[in-house]
Design a protein around this ligand. Structure first.
Ligand SMILES: *Cc1c(COP(=O)(O)O)cnc(C)c1O
Length: 361
């Protein structure tokens, strides 16, 4: 079976060494004799998987001891609701910095749970840029400030955390988690569904600081309570065993094969540069959606002269083994998702194709 280059925004490409190990373990775990799909979550084997995955995440992010790593279900979408349910008390308001479709959805979900304020919104220009310093209007009494480090649909990415004062900073890092080192001390809570950069669909990693956890509302359903999940070591109910196991393999790949997040970031920046260089040298044939200083290293979004040419681009790319390049309907055009596991060779093949395609038109 031939593997194509998978530019899907998520679920997305995984490292080949991870897939090979998972394939082996699908029949029988060495020394255990049952499949990774059959093994119980209260076994020594899974206890070890959970602890190793946590410790890998901690090592990769250089996570201080006063942060907990939780493995949750319901995707990032459920975090949009859990955050206000747990961290937004009655009589307080939360600030939202809205730089794309996911931030907008996070805001809409929070609105259903409590009082929210829009500290910044880039909606009027279809989220093609990030706020400049001074454009974020914060409420000094905010219960927390929520932002999205990388907007997967529009392809805009913060280079550094926004300055938000003393309120806990809450981040949806779904589509750039583990793609670069982070100043974790800046965060009150950070979450990411695994299926973009860290593993398969089915598990969401939430990292929360102890003082934020201590203030969390306890009067929420058990399965929606950060405190309950933390107290039960993410084993309140049957966890997504297979998904956590693959996150373990991916984090091990990052540590052992890549050599950590500084190396990963250098590789990711290099891959993104290959595509943005073609866009910038195309005399306007390829038009990037994101303003150049806000460009994402994970999701490269651009338009072509018209819909018909875009369709042609997608189908000719596919014939070359470059798959799932069609952009999201709210932006149109092309989106190349080039997460951690996308090899440079795949991005190079796309860059070469883009140059050739332009010449032919
Ligand atoms: C994919 C994505 C989500 C939604 O994740 P689900 O796991 O499908 O709920 C939320 N935020 C961002 C930034 C994403 O990329």
């Amino acid at each position: 079976m031939e593997r194509v280059y998978n530019f899907s925004p998520g679920p997305a490409v995984l490292p080949e060494s991870v897939l090979r190990e998972a394939q082996r373990d699908l029949l029988a775990l060495p020394g255990v004799g049952v499949s990774v799909l059959e093994i119980g979550h209260r076994t020594k084997w899974f206890e070890n998987v959970l602890e190793t995955t946590k410790s890998n995440v901690r090592r990769l992010l250089d996570l201080p001891a006063n942060y907990q790593v939780l493995f949750l279900q319901g995707g990032s979408r459920l975090q949009f609701s859990m955050i206000p349910m747990n961290l937004l008390p009655a009589g307080r308001a939360a600030d939202y910095i809205v730089t794309g479709s996911w931030g907008q959805t996070a805001l809409d979900e929070a609105q259903a749970q409590g009082e929210v304020r829009v500290a910044y919104s880039g909606k009027s220009t279809n989220f093609d840029r990030l706020p400049a310093a001074g454009e974020i209007k914060l409420n000094p009494a905010a219960a927390y400030v929520h932002y999205t480090s990388n907007e997967t649909i529009q392809g805009v990415q913060f280079a550094a955390e926004p300055a938000v004062g003393d309120a806990p900073l809450v981040c949806d890092a779904s589509s750039d988690f583990l793609s670069r080192p982070l100043a974790m001390r800046r965060y009150g809570l950070l979450y990411a569904c695994a299926q973009k950069n860290a593993g398969p669909a089915g598990v969401t990693i939430t990292i929360v600081r102890d003082d934020v956890l201590a203030r969390a509302n306890e009067r929420v359903p058990t399965m929606l309570s950060y405190r309950q999940h933390a107290e039960h070591n993410s084993l309140l109910n049957t966890p997504p065993v297979f998904a956590v196991y693959v996150v373990m393999l991916v984090t091990r790949w990052l540590l052992e094969e890549i050599g950590g997040l500084t190396n990963m970031q250098a590789a990711n920046d290099g891959k993104a540069r290959l595509l943005y260089e073609v866009i910038d040298a195309s005399n306007g044939f390829y038009r990037g959606h994101a303003k150049p200083d806000c460009r994402s290293a994970m999701n490269v979004t651009f338009r072509l002269p018209d819909d018909a040419v875009e369709e042609k681009f997608v189908s000719e790319a596919k014939a070359r083994g470059l798959h799932y390049l069609k952009g999201h309907r709210s932006v149109g055009g092309i989106r190349a998702s080039i997460y951690n596991a996308m090899p440079t060779a795949g991005v190079q093949a796309l860059a070469d194709f883009m140059r050739e395609f332009r010449k032919k038109q």
